[in-house]
Design a protein around this ligand. Structure first.
Ligand code: EPZ
Length: 419
C-alpha cells in the first residue's frame, strides 16, 4: 500500500492546473454504453477510479484507444456482457451507473452492490425507486442488483437530492419511450457536464427550473467529442491546503462560480481572493478565523470538502462548527486528526472544533479519499514529519497530488510502504 511522508511547515505557493472532474468522468465513461458508435473524451483525470472504470468498460467489450494524456476513444459498438468480469466494480461507487447505462443494452446485467468511500451507509433505494418508476423490474440478490424491461418515460420526484440516483435516472431516460420529468434532482457541475455531453450526442434534455430535468427519449445517440469539466472538489481542496499553510496559490482552468459555496467562507476565515474567467487566486492574510457551516447539495457547501474544512478549522483562532447532514457519519478521520493534536468533539453529524491547535506530525491512516485529503492538509500545517498510510485511497480522486504538492513547495516523498 502506498504511503506519503510529509514534512510540515512549508507555505504552499505557486500555480497549478485543475484536472478533469472524477465525478463527471465516471458517469460520462459509463454512459458510452448508451451509444452504438465511438465517443472521444478529453481531460480525463489520471486517477485510479478512472482506470477502474476503463477496466470495467473493457471487460464489457468496449474498445478503448488511448490518444494521449487524459484523452481516450471509446468504441462500444461491439460491447457484450457475456463473460464480463464486474468483480472490480465492488470498489467503485460509480459502477452503479452501469445499471442505467445498460438497462436497454444488457437487460438483467447484475452489478455487484457498489463500494466506494466507506464513511457510513450508502443506500441505493432512490436508484431502485427511479428504475421502478420507469417500468423496469429490479432484482436484488447476493451477487448484486439487476434491472430488466424497456424503460418508459415517468415523472419522479427525489425526496432527497442524490447525485447518483439523478445520474441513473438520466441514463435510463435518454433512450426510453416517452418523456421523463425529474424534480428534486441534483444540480452539481458534474451532473450538468453529463447532461451537456448527452445533449451534444443528440439527447433531448432540458432544465426548466432548478432541480428539474425533462428528458424526451430518442432512438439513438451519435458519437461526439467531449472535454470533461474541471474538478471543483480538487480545486477547493487546494484552496484549503493553501489556507492551512498560510501561502498563496493560483488555480487555472476552474470557473470561480463553481466554488461560490466555498469562497465567501474562506474570505470570512481570512483569505484574499482574486477571480478571472476560469482562474482563481487565493492568499491567506493574517490569523485564521473560525467557521460555521452545514453541508448541502449544490449550490450548497459540498460534503466532499467537509473533512478538509474540519481539518482547517483545527488551526483557526476560535471554535468552529461543521455539520454534515448528507453523510452524518463522515467524521471517521477525526480520530486520526486527534492523534496530531486536534481538539474536535463529534456528535449527531456535527463536529465542534476547538481551534487554536498546534498540530504535530504523526503516522496516520487515510480511511477514504476526502478524509485522506483532510489528513494531508493537517500534515502540511503540522510541526514535524507525518506519514500518511493508504495514500492509494487518496490517489483514487486526486491526480498528480504528490507532484503538485512538491511543485507548491511541500516536502513530500511517496513510497510503496511495503505490502
Ligand atoms: C456522489 O455520491 C459522489 N460520488 C460523492 O463523492 C459525493 O459525496 C456525493 O455524490 C454527494 O455529493 C460520485 O459521484 C462517484 P448521493 P452518491 O446519492 O451519488 C442519500 C467523493 O469523495 N441517498 O448524492 O453516492 C445518501 O445517503 C465521493 O468524490 C439515499 O438515501 O451520493 C446521502 O445522504 C464520496 N438513497 C444523500 O442521498 C440513495 O439511493 C446524497 O447521496 C442514494 C443516496
Amino acid at each position: 500500500m502506498k504511503e506519503l511522508t510529509l514534512l510540515g511547515g512549508a507555505r504552499l505557493s505557486g500555480e497549478i492546473g485543475v484536472h478533469g472532474s472524477k465525478n463527471a468522468a465516471l458517469p460520462i465513461l459509463f454512459s458510452c454504453l448508451l451509444f452504438s458508435e465511438p465517443v472521444e473524451l478529453a481531460n480525463l483525470p489520471d486517477i485510479t477510479d478512472v482506470s477502474a472504470a476503463l477496466s470495467l468498460l473493457s471487460s464489457l467489450g468496449v474498445k478503448i484507444v488511448r490518444k494521449g494524456r487524459g484523452r481516450v476513444l471509446l468504441d462500444p459498438s461491439s460491447a457484450c456482457s457475456d463473460g464480463c468480469d464486474l468483480s472490480l466494480s465492488g470498489s467503485l461507487r460509480g459502477s452503479l451507473y452501469l445499471l442505467g447505462a445498460t438497462c436497454r443494452r444488457f437487460p438483467g446485467l447484475t452489478v455487484p452492490r457498489p463500494g466506494g468511500c466507506n464513511f457510513g451507509a450508502r443506500p441505493i433505494d432512490l436508484h431502485l425507486s427511479v428504475f421502478r418508476a420507469m417500468g423496469l423490474t429490479v432484482s436484488e440478490s447476493e451477487e448484486g442488483v439487476s434491472v430488466r424491461g424497456r424503460p418508459k418515460g415517468a415523472r419522479f420526484h427525489f425526496p432527497t437530492v442524490s447525485v447518483g440516483a439523478t445520474v441513473n435516472a438520466i441514463l435510463s431516460a435518454v433512450l426510453a419511450d416517452g418523456r421523463t420529468v425529474l424534480t428534486g434532482a441534483a444540480r452539481e457541475p458534474h451532473v450538468l457536464d453529463l447532461i451537456a455531453f448527452l445533449r451534444a450526442a443528440g439527447a433531448r434534455i432540458s432544465l426548466p427550473a432548478p432541480g428539474a430535468v425533462v428528458i424526451d427519449g430518442v432512438p439513438r445517440l451519435y458519437g461526439v467529442r467531449h472535454r470533461v469539466c474541471p474538478d471543483m472538489i480538487e480545486a477547493g481542496t487546494y484552496l484549503l491546503f493553501t489556507m492551512a499553510t498560510g501561502g498563496e496559490i493560483t488555480l487555472r482552468a476552474i470557473p470561480p462560480g463553481e466554488l461560490a459555496c466555498l469562497l465567501p467562507l474562506l474570505a470570512g476565515m481570512g483569505a484574499r481572493i482574486g477571480t478571472g474567467v476560469d482562474s482563481l487566486c487565493l492568499a491567506r492574510t493574517g490569523k485564521l478565523r473560525p467557521v460555521s457551516l452545514t453541508t448541502a447539495p449544490y449550490p450548497g457547501f459540498p460534503t466532499d470538502l467537509q473533512p478538509q474544512m474540519t481539518a482547517l478549522a483545527c488551526l483557526a483562532d476560535g471554535e468552529s462548527v461543521i455539520a454534515d447532514p448528507i453523510f452524518p457519519t463522515r467524521f471517521g478521520y477525526v480520530s486520526e486528526l486527534r492523534k496530531m493534536g486536534a481538539k474536535i468533539a463529534v456528535a449527531d453529524g456535527r463536529a465542534v472544533v476547538s481551534g487554536g491547535s498546534r498540530l504535530t506530525g504523526r503516522n496516520v491512516t487515510a480511511p477514504d479519499l476526502r478524509a485522506g485529503a483532510a489528513l494531508t492538509l493537517a500534515a502540511l500545517a503540522a510541526e514535524g514529519e507525518s506519514r500518511i498510510l493508504r495514500f492509494d485511497r487518496i490517489e483514487r480522486g486526486y491526480a498528480a497530488l504528490t507532484r503538485n504538492l512538491a511543485a507548491l513547495g511541500a516536502s513530500v516523498t511517496l513510497s510503496d510502504g511495503g505490502a
